[in-house]
Design a protein around this ligand. Structure first.
Ligand SMILES: NC(=O)c1ccc[n+]([C@@H]2O[C@H](COP(=O)([O-])OP(=O)(O)OC[C@H]3O[C@@H](n4cnc5c(N)ncnc54)[C@H](OP(=O)(O)O)[C@@H]3O)[C@@H](O)[C@H]2O)c1
Length: 259
């Protein structure tokens, strides 16, 4: 990349939920921008595939199996990345989950599963990495929120509440950790074609899902549903020195959904 302030050359990035969808695109696009990459999720074979893509681009890659909803696994993950790379310059808190259940039927188990990953895991992963960034002189943390954290949607109450929490956590971490040269920003995507997004199209064939993407896209000002690389492009800006005066902000990248 010949835009020096957007370069990630010499940086190490940890991307949670990096085995597919938006996280995979962020890992690969970050590698193209020059970063070495650690990816985490719960399934090692899928992570190894992404790590292989990163290595093909000439960058170092590490696959770390981690359940981000479990604090002991977060600690182990950070220690493994540090043993391999010796620093973490960029953290992308991307792992997320949703359970579509009407609010009257929501169970404690479903609520906890969403909150433990989307909010608690995101915070404690950030805290663990921020302690390292503080020692090393700074870094950039990027939290993947959602337009659902700004405008409520049905029937995903726990998801919407968790993502609203992510937007506030972004501001709170930014204000506390700015003194350590740690910037914390978020991205709130609109509809982006991934497994998570397609899980909302229940009992549909691939062809019907394709048609549904087109129908959703036609209603958006951008005239298409998002692709994972379009979120990765925004993440490169937030990870790089190009956004050095931005912290505590959540960028809406939604094709105009909220309009
Ligand atoms: N796609 C959209 O339209 C959209 C819109 C707004 C916001 N977002 C947000 O974007 C982020 C990525 O979503 P996506 O659409 O790319 O979803 P996805 O394709 O389902 O990918 C989710 C990733 O998170 C990992 N993951 C899930 N549970 C995990 C856990 N407990 N611990 C560690 N990793 C876990 C998954 O791997 P394993 O299952 O193998 O662990 C996978 O790598 C999420 O935070 C989501 O809320 C997506």
């Amino acid at each position: 990349m010949d835009l020096p302030r957007f370069s990630l050359q010499g940086k190490v990035a940890l991307v949670t939920g990096g085995s597919r969808g938006i996280g995979e695109a962020i890992a690969v696009e970050f590698a193209k921008a020059g970063a070495d990459i650690a990816v985490t999720s719960r399934k090692l074979p899928e992570l190894e595939r992404v790590a292989g893509e990163v290595r093909k681009l000439g960058r170092k890659a590490l696959a770390v199996e981690t359940h981000v909803g479990r604090l002991d696994q977060i600690e182990k993950c950070i220690a493994t990345v540090m043993a391999e790379f010796g620093k973490i310059d960029i953290l992308v808190n991307n792992a997320g989950t949703s359970q579509a259940i009407p609010a009257l039927d929501y169970t404690e188990r479903a609520w906890d599963a969403v909150m433990n990953l989307n909010l608690k895991g995101l915070f404690f992963m950030s805290q663990g990495v921020a302690r390292i960034m503080k020692e090393k002189g700074g870094g950039s943390i990027i939290n993947i929120a959602s337009v659902s954290g700004i405008k409520s949607e049905v029937p995903v109450i726990a998801y919407s509440v968790s993502k609203a929490g992510v937007i506030m956590a972004t501001k709170s971490m930014a204000i506390e950790w700015g003194q350590y040269h740690i910037r914390v920003n978020g991205i709130a995507p609109g509809p982006v074609v991934t497994r998570l997004y397609d899980s909302h199209f229940i009992n549909m064939t691939e062809e019907q899902i394709e048609k549904a993407h087109e129908a959703v896209g036609k209603r958006l000002p951008a005239r298409h549903v998002g692709q994972p690389y379009e979120i990765a492009d925004a993440a490169i800006y937030l990870a790089s020195d190009a956004s050095s005066f931005m912290t505590g902000h959540t960028m809406v990248v939604d094709g105009g959904t909220l309009l």
